[in-house]
Design a protein around this ligand. Structure first.
Ligand code: ADP
Ligand code: MN
Ligand code: MN
Ligand code: MN
Length: 432
């Protein structure tokens, strides 16, 4: 535990110097500063000690980088697989590394593994073993080569999914023939907030104070409007490299907040890809010395919260006449509003206030092009008479396995009573 909270000082110092918010200080840069101030000869003399100190620090980093980037393929077939799983809070990600005898193409080629569940809040100390089942693999953008990231889910030694394993139930829903036939697509908009380490205050914000009000930051550019772009960009490329179906990124309304979209992805893949993209983001922010927050409302008051809008369509919604199917899905969603809200993330009540482009948590609403609704239908979908819906309720810390499978369950598998349906249709002005 102590190791997680207090990374080695040496490493932090080295990385901070090279990270995006501090100007990298090189020996050359220092030299040029001193030359300008004092003239050639005296500058070289007086700066000798400082320059060589910085030089040796930099070369330590370079030597580490050389080793980290070593190409081992001429010498061994072995690869490293990073087994990743969801920890006891249901939102924290854990991982450990395993040597595999040769490159693999499919998770079925990987063996199960185990971890100490008593250290992640997932098992009692006297029977601590939790078993990892490899489910989905990605290229590892950190190690490169044939090395891989492996998204796993967790089981007891007897083969029962443990409570934080939401993938198991989701996979069951997505293997239902009715759901398979509807080829459910998901486009997930993952919002997140970057925090300064130690103070846990958003990146770019004055410590102990606030930036100017929201307005200039959304999709903004400039040192006074955009904070953490290198992290967002590094993450974008890393996801593409890994094979994640990332479809875009944007700076958010609250300064220090960002979004990326993943999808459209089919079925269980949507959850696997979001979890892997979150893991990569945790690793990149770790390298940059910035703290990642998926809290749905990181700053109280007149600041936007962070959500995970889930865009959803079925085959019949995407075909001619699809708008009618979308309306019927909205009707079903309205009748199961409470179930959905309780599955859409911890602390979402702080975010779904009815302000800041959200609908109030207690009421279900829908509308075309309306960002103050629980569910929004795009103008294009209305115009074409087919397309998709956007569920705006999920919080940034939602479990995508839960949200995607619940959407499929409520709109494809579940049927309300005729009376309930008639009442809801009247209430929502939906003629289906
Ligand atoms: P917003 O306008 O709400 O900010 P974004 O452009 O951020 O929307 O995200 C929309 C997401 O919806 C993208 O990930 C996109 O791939 C996805 N999407 C597009 N068409 C569909 C569809 N038919 N079904 C599900 N998702 C879709
Ligand atoms: Mn968006
Ligand atoms: Mn957004
Ligand atoms: Mn959206």
């Amino acid at each position: 535990m102590a190791q997680i909270l207090a990374p080695s000082i040496q490493w932090q110092v080295g990385v901070t110097k090279n990270s995006f918010y501090a100007r990298p200080i090189t020996a050359k840069f220092l030299d040029s500063l001193l030359l300008n101030q004092k003239g050639k000869v005296s500058a070289r003399g007086s700066s000798k000690f400082r320059v060589s100190a910085i030089k040796s620090e930099n070369s330590t980093i370079n030597r580490l980088e050389n080793l980290l980037n070593l190409d081992v393929t001429p010498y061994t077939d072995k690869i490293i697989a990073e087994y990743i799983w969801i920890g006891g809070s249901g939102i924290d990600l854990r991982s450990k590394s395993k040597t595999i005898s040769k490159p693999v193409q499919h998770p079925s080629e990987l063996t199960k593994w185990n971890y100490d569940g008593s250290s992640t809040g997932q098992a009692p100390g006297e029977d601590s073993e939790v078993i990892l089942y490899p489910q989905s693999i990605f290229r590892d953008p950190f190690r490169g080569g044939n090395n891989i990231l492996v998204i796993c889910d967790s089981y007891t030694p007897a083969g029962e999914p443990i409570p934080t394993n939401k993938r198991h139930r989701a996979a069951n829903i997505f293997s239902n023939q009715k759901v398979i036939d509807e080829v459910p697509w998901y486009g997930i908009e993952q919002e997140y907030t970057l925090l300064q380490p130690n103070v846990k205050w958003p990146l770019g914000w004055p410590v102990g104070g606030y930036p100017g009000p929201q307005g200039p930051y959304y999709c903004g550019a400039g040192a006074d409007k955009s904070f953490g772009r290198d992290i967002s960009d590094a993450h974008y490329k890393a996801c593409l490299y890994a094979g994640i179906n990332i479809s875009g990124t944007n700076g958010e309304v609250m300064p220090g907040q960002w979004e990326y979209q993943v999808g459209p992805s089919v079925g269980i893949e949507a959850g696997d890809h979001i979890w892997c993209s979150r893991y990569i983001l945790e690793r990149i922010t770790e390298q940059a010395g910035v703290v990642l927050s998926l809290d749905p409302k990181p700053i109280e008051g007149d600041w936007n919260g962070a959500g995970c809008h889930t865009n959803f369509s079925t085959k019949s919604m995407r075909e001619d006449g699809g708008f009618e199917v979308i309306k019927k899905a909205i009707l079903n969603l309205s009748l199961r509003h409470k179930e959905h809200i309780s599955a859409y993330g911890e602390g979402n009540e702080r975010r779904l206030t009815g302000k800041h482009e959200t609908a109030n948590i207690n009421t279900f609403s829908w509308g075309v092009a309306n960002r103050g609704c629980s569910v929004r239908v795009g103008r294009e979908t209305e115009k074409q008479g087919k397309g998709y819906l956007e569920d705006r309720r999920p919080a940034s810390n939602m479990d995508p396995y839960v949200v995607t499978s619940l959407l499929a369950e409520t709109t494809i598998l579940w049927e309300p009573t005729l009376e309930a349906e008639a009442l809801a249709a009247q209430k929502l002005a939906l003629n289906v």
